[in-house]
Design a protein around this ligand. Sequence first.
Ligand code: ZN
Length: 263
Amino acid sequence: MVNSYYYNGNQYIPSTSDDSTKGFLIASAASSAIMGTLPLFGKPFERQLAKEHTRNYLYKDAFLNSLKVSGLDKKGVQIIPMELSRTLNDYALGKNAAYFPKEKVVRINTDKISIAGFHELGHAMNDITGKFGKFLSKLRWPGRIIAGWMGTIALFSRPKPKDAPKSGFDYVKDNCGKIAFACMLPTVFEEGIASYKGIKLARKSGLAESLIKNMKKLYGKALLTYIGHATATGLAVGAASMIMDKFTRPTKVKEPDFTNFFF
Ligand SMILES: [Zn+2]
């Protein structure tokens, strides 16, 4: 057999650079196909958020009042009403709202999606008064960056036989899908905690229970987007890694099996 070698009593054929190229192309295609499903997870949330524009008046006063109720105003948090902004972006259009921890401001169109504002104040609480929430929010960007690295590492070839001694990096390569998923979890938890605090704050601000119920629906859909993102990331990286393993791991040459002749 061409180029074969023995390791640990077994004969192996190493993969060729052609195999690596094929594996790379298929792995890349598979992971982008999986990541391509992401917008689906966000659809229910976007749909409801757009609907909320028409019943914003039910939430606006309670939301503006909730800044005082939460005590965040005394900590320097401000709400920036994006409906007054002269530049058109997702915040001004009421498609998005966000808390910016450095400036301690919530950018939100209070004429359209006040319902989302309680969640953003939940982020502010995580950032300013929450210990665990703050810890999680600090992990947010490093987590995303490491998950991104895992996507690259998944595409490396696996030149060692499966039973060869493993280095730390081999473990990372073998588990990159799981690591990528785990790196996305702090964001999912922090989002969940922000929503939980937001709902509590809305109640404290006097929002009617029927409106709270509607709010929970929206927040649930928002969390689904984050869960979808974490899951798709883990699966995309894991699939790429599995495909690269199939294409680039040296193949063990099976010994002829004589036992069959006796039965
Ligand atoms: Zn959020």
